[in-house]
Ligand binder design. Structure first.
Ligand SMILES: Cc1cc2nc3c(=O)[nH]c(=O)nc-3n(C[C@H](O)[C@H](O)[C@H](O)COP(=O)(O)OP(=O)(O)OC[C@H]3O[C@@H](n4cnc5c(N)ncnc54)[C@H](O)[C@@H]3O)c2cc1C
Length: 382
């Protein structure tokens, strides 16, 4: 039966909404999670699976990433179903001298902030990842804390456990409006009926702006399309999540619109390599195009020549919930009591999602959080 009331309605069944629903249920709240599609049916099920701190900037960015890594570890202990989280260290690989100043600036800033990273030479990088091309790698940054997960299993596992704790989870259920009376949330209007509630969590990822509009808020989140390729199952051959340093350079130079591609490789427990990633300005279009598939294959084979003989079994694209400052929007908002933001995680939502969900639970249950959320508030855009 569709519920008529809840203490908290979570909108969005990706990693962020599922984490929030799990932690809120564990804290004793009566939670309803509504998802317009299926669990992990959007970005949380179509990504590179990195749980990653290496590219995160000093300040709240790296603190949230590290906080969330601790929560991934906590979940590994708490959740009944394994979600293949492995913390084996990540590599940010340099293939071009021109990237060096960006990397050096990043390492200096991280070190000054108290979260240093290790620069390693090409020989060391090749020893860690022998499939990398000797000709193409000039060095790398290593972060022992980084790793990979299986994001779909993570979401399923969070949902199963939340249900056991009493949460009600509805897929194919779309929120169409939010009732607000005298500046206070009173209900979530869905295509299956209205759920009376005083608290709504906007965990709608790239659709966070539409949910914001329902309560009269401008939420500056736009979809930014990225695509990936999946190979056939292979014996273990890639031990670390590998990312090209070009991602840090692209972030710094802000070149994000036209078709582009940077090296990303990781291996899932089943043996498939997830390789990518290309980006292009495509609105909410989830199709992959031939041009980007070829570009991804070329960039990855240049960096790892032996991939030339590996078969691609599928491609997928989805969206980063993009914000201008590359940080998520978390916390309460001015003027609408009971409306809580939990979206805009850009390219870091798999890593930062569980930590964000935990912080949202703390905010709703205790009114304060173990990591201050001021710098992540919606108000920073005003
Ligand atoms: C190709 C690619 C590679 C990536 N690689 C990584 C990576 O390696 N590591 C990393 O940390 N991050 C990565 N990301 C980013 C990461 O996937 C996202 O930041 C993260 O999945 C966002 O999670 P979310 O729960 O906020 O959003 P989503 O997973 O998009 O979930 C939001 C959900 O809200 C639902 N929804 C929207 N509107 C409504 C409504 N009105 N009613 C009900 N439900 C609604 C949607 O259907 C959706 O399922 C990658 C992204 C892409 C596209």
């Amino acid at each position: 039966m569709f519920p008529r009331e809840a203490e908290v309605v979570v909108i969005g069944g990706g990693v962020v909404g599922s984490s929030a629903a799990y932690f809120l249920s564990r804290a004793g709240k009566k939670v309803v999670l509504v998802e317009k599609g299926y669990r992990a049916g959007e970005a949380s099920g179509a990504n590179a699976a990195f749980v990653w701190t290496i590219t995160r900037k000093p300040g709240i960015d790296v603190r949230l990433a590290l906080h969330s890594i601790a929560i991934h570890q906590q979940l590994q202990e708490e959740l009944d179903m394994d979600f293949e989280y492995v913390r084996n260290g990540g590599l940010l690989v340099m293939g071009d001298e021109a990237q060096l100043p960006f990397i050096e600036r990043h390492l200096k800033a991280r070190s000054e902030d108290g979260y240093p990273l290790e620069m390693i030479d090409a020989k060391h990088a090749l020893a860690l990842e022998p499939l990398l091309s000797k000709e193409k790698v000039i060095g790398a940054v290593f972060s022992p804390l980084d790793g990979t997960t299986n994001p779909i299993l993570l979401v399923i596992s969070l949902n199963l456990q939340a249900r056991q704790l009493g949460a009600k989870i509805f897929h194919h259920t779309e929120v169409r409006g939010i009732e607000v009376v005298d500046g206070k949330v009173k209900g979530a209007i869905t295509d299956k009926g209205t759920i009376k509630t005083n608290t709504v969590v906007n965990a709608a990822g790239s659709w966070g702006s539409f949910i914001g509009k329902m309560v009269g808020l401008e939420v500056p989140i736009t979809p930014f399309q990225m695509a990936m390729l999946v190979t056939e199952e292979l014996p273990p051959c890639v031990s670390h999540p590998i990312m090209g340093a070009s991602y840090l350079v692209e972030e710094d130079t802000g070149k994000k619109g036209e078709l582009g591609c940077g090296l990303i490789v990781s291996q899932q427990a089943a043996g498939n390599l997830l390789i990518g990633a290309s980006w292009r300005d495509a609105g909410y279009d989830k199709r992959t195009i031939q041009e980007e598939i070829e570009l991804m294959a070329r960039v990855n084979v240049e960096a790892m020549p032996s991939l030339k003989n590996v078969r691609i079994i599928r491609s997928y694209a989805n969206f980063f919930p993009h914000t201008e400052d590359d940080l998520p929007i978390l916390g309460k908002v001015d003027g609408v009591e009971g409306f809580v933001m939990a979206c805009g995680h850009n390219g870091h939502g798999i890593g930062m999602g569980p930590g964000s969900g935990k912080l949202i639970q703390e905010l709703i249950c205790a009114g304060k959080t173990s990591l201050p959320l001021d710098e992540l508030s919606l108000a920073r855009f005003n």
